[in-house]
Design a protein around this ligand. Structure first.
Ligand SMILES: O=C(O)CCC(=O)C(=O)O
Length: 287
């Protein structure tokens, strides 16, 4: 099916109901501030499953395809992310606040989303308090660069609209009808997400009835970011802003002992470079 959205738009567009795309959202100054802030963080490689719990049938332990960083709260992959209605607690761990440049942009994203959604599509108390920062690129494996820049079919389970800001090489983002890996027939919408673009999506159609994926990331723009990840060449960075009800965001010290054990190694890694996570770890040993 043909995409309803212009594949390259200079003006903000609403596109299909519940979708918004603005190719020129990010100003040059804001982009510069974000790139400068990115050099201060140290993304980590997460394992998909806990080393201390049985791995679900049909699955094997694996590293995510990309390094990640979370702001607001960290939804560790090994805790299986925030997943209403049952996976509410011990899923979203308090994390660093948004840096100023992102906090300012979030205010504008929230205003746009509030103009687009109401009723059940805009949950009470909704605000963008969570951000997943995904690093896309190539990984050095046994002396060879392997392109791992993609994300498989999935849904974002946090309630309400999601806002997504992209930097670097453009990515082919697709909404699909099934979770069948790589299925080419089920594409109902697609959009190239360019450097500096904003995408907002929400409502049942895009959050509940379809899956989304990043099918591939271009190499033509010559974008490379200096990120604090060894043996990884980052050519695209995506910020996905979401909402986790504040009462479900838990300080590390308040997690169950089992959950703390699941994420302790990652917390220690984060604490090497982040005073926030160092404090969180320390507070758990004193409570
Ligand atoms: O990188 C993107 O554009 C989308 C990332 C995504 O689907 C996610 O973080 O859930």
């Amino acid at each position: 099916m043909r995409a309803h959205w212009p594949l390259r738009s200079k003006k903000p567009s609403r596109g299909a109901a519940g979708l918004h795309f603005d190719a020129g959202f990010l100003s040059r100054d804001a982009r510069k501030d974000i790139v400068s802030w990115l050099s201060t963080i140290h993304p980590i490689w997460e394992n998909r499953f806990s080393d201390f719990r049985p791995i679900p049938e049909g699955e094997t332990q694996r590293q995510l395809l990309r390094p990640v960083y979370w702001l607001g709260n960290w939804q560790f992959a090994c805790l299986d992310y925030y997943r209403p209605p049952h996976g509410l607690l011990n899923r979203a761990v308090e994390a660093e606040p948004f840096p100023r440049v992102l906090a300012t942009l979030v205010t504008e994203m929230e205003a746009r989303a509030r103009g687009m959604f109401r009723g059940d599509d805009m949950p009470k108390g909704w605000h963008l308090n969570t951000c997943l920062v995904n690093f896309y690129g190539s990984k050095l494996i046994d002396g060879k660069w392997v392109d791992t820049a993609r994300v498989g079919e999935h849904k974002d389970f946090e309630p309400g609209p999601v806002a997504s800001l992209s930097l670097g090489e453009r990515a082919l983002f697709q909404f699909v009808t099934s979770s069948k890996p790589g299925d080419r027939d089920g594409v109902v919408e697609q959009q190239w997400l360019d450097d500096g673009s904003l995408q907002i999506f929400g409502g049942d159609r895009w959050k509940k009835r379809t899956f989304h994926r990043v099918q591939r990331v271009d190499t033509k723009g010559g974008h490379h970011f200096t990120a604090n990840v060894s043996d990884f060449d980052t050519r695209r960075i995506n910020f996905t802003f979401r909402y986790v009800p504040d009462e479900h965001v838990m300080p590390y010290a308040k997690l169950s002992p089992e959950t703390r054990r699941d994420v302790e190694a990652s917390m220690k890694q984060l604490a090497e470079h982040s005073p926030f996570f160092a404090r969180a770890l320390a507070s758990a040993t004193t409570t």
